[in-house]
Design a protein around this ligand. Structure first.
Ligand SMILES: Cc1cc2nc3c(=O)[nH]c(=O)nc-3n(C[C@H](O)[C@H](O)[C@H](O)COP(=O)(O)O)c2cc1C
Length: 171
């Protein structure tokens, strides 16, 4: 099931379609993401489970041009980040990257459901990003992500055959 609103914008997809249609997007339109969509992304992140329901993280949504530019330079010159209208920095308490990854996946899948593209970014200079965004030293920065409307439609990347991924009862 895909629900399409009047202007032809996808507003909600079947869950399987969301999971299977997500791609790492490295080419964005500069169009801003509407505020009501962002609110739904935040709610999806806030619905993520975490150990003891502690929610040991904070997500910085960077929309200002100058700060996005600084971040893009510190993401090892991955220039495609310059075009994405939103960069998200995930910050978390020490050793809580697993909780953070779940909330980030909620973000990524929710963005896909809203017709947005995204890319997780693990390759960046963490200590310089910490300075740019005033992230306190008791927090780690496990990952960044770019979010925006895709200007490309990449094919699905191949995955391992399931028998290399799943085993039963023993490794
Ligand atoms: C933890 C993590 C870190 C990643 N870091 C980067 C990155 O720094 N730059 C980049 O272009 N893509 C990055 N990616 C995206 C992956 O390259 C991409 O997800 C993978 O090639 C599979 O392609 P797909 O997402 O289109 O299925 C990262 C993905 C993950 C999960």
């Amino acid at each position: 099931m895909i629900i399409v609103c009047e202007k032809g914008v996808v507003i909600s997809m079947d869950f399987t379609k969301v999971v299977l249609s997500r791609r790492a997007i490295r080419n964005y339109k500069t169009d801003p993401v509407p505020e009501e969509i962002l609110q739904r992304l935040y709610e999806a992140m806030n619905a993520a489970p975490s150990g003891n329901n502690h929610q040991p993280y904070r997500f910085i949504f960077v929309r200002k041009d100058d700060i996005r530019k600084e971040l893009a330079l510190r993401a090892c010159h991955q220039d495609f980040l310059l075009n994405a209208p939103i960069l998200v920095a995930a910050c978390c308490e020490k050793d809580r990257a697993f909780d953070t990854a779940i909330a980030m996946e909620h973000l990524i899948l929710s963005a896909t459901n809203e017709g947005l593209g995204s890319c997780l970014i693990g390759w960046f200079e963490r200590e310089i990003v910490r300075e740019i965004l005033n992230i306190p030293h008791n927090h780690e920065i496990p990952i960044l992500a770019s979010i925006g409307y895709a200007a490309e439609s990449p094919e699905a990347k191949p995955r391992k055959p399931l028998n290399e991924l799943i085993s039963y009862d023993r490794f």
